[in-house]
Design a protein. Structure first.
Length: 152
């Protein structure tokens, strides 16, 4: 059996069905793996593993792939000479990491509180999801969330 982590994520078996987006995107469109450029690969890999509770699926050279259940969600690529972050500049607002259910989200939030509580920025109840916002040690925005079941 091939144990190679998937570079591009298939939708996890527990995820909700895609919502039709007539005219906006083809039906079945989903977000894929996010690649973040980081200055300190080891520290950022440890943060996403320990605090965010993602598994390290692969780490080779200047790249680390993290996810859950063998499905990649974040690729960290080291670029030692990254320019300083400009919070008013254009770019990625935040990376969102979805959790299967409320218990798994709560576990990740407890881990964040224990390992990186000072990185908390806020939370939101979007009616269809519960979201908690942080930033990582290099200033990248991070959302941890779960989708509510459609019957709630």
């Amino acid at each position: 059996m091939d144990q190679t982590p998937q570079r591009h994520s298939a939708a996890p078996s527990w995820s909700t069905a895609a919502v039709p987006t007539r005219g906006a995107a083809p039906d079945g469109t989903r977000m894929d793996t996010v690649e973040l450029l980081v200055s300190d690969l080891d520290a950022m890999t440890e943060f996403y593993r320990r605090a965010v509770t993602l598994d390290v699926l692969d780490q080779t050279g200047a790249t680390a792939t993290l996810g859950r259940g063998g499905v990649a969600s974040i690729v960290l690529r080291q670029e030692k000479d990254l320019p300083g972050r400009d919070s008013r500049g254009a770019g990625l607002y935040h990376t969102a990491v979805v959790f299967q259910d409320q218990a798994r989200l709560a576990s990740a939030l407890a881990s964040m509180a224990q390992h990186a509580g000072q990185l908390y920025e806020g939370s939101a109840d979007h009616l269809v999801s519960e979201a908690f916002y942080f930033h990582d040690p290099e200033g990248n925005g991070l959302e941890l969330y779960r989708d509510r079941p459609r019957d709630q």
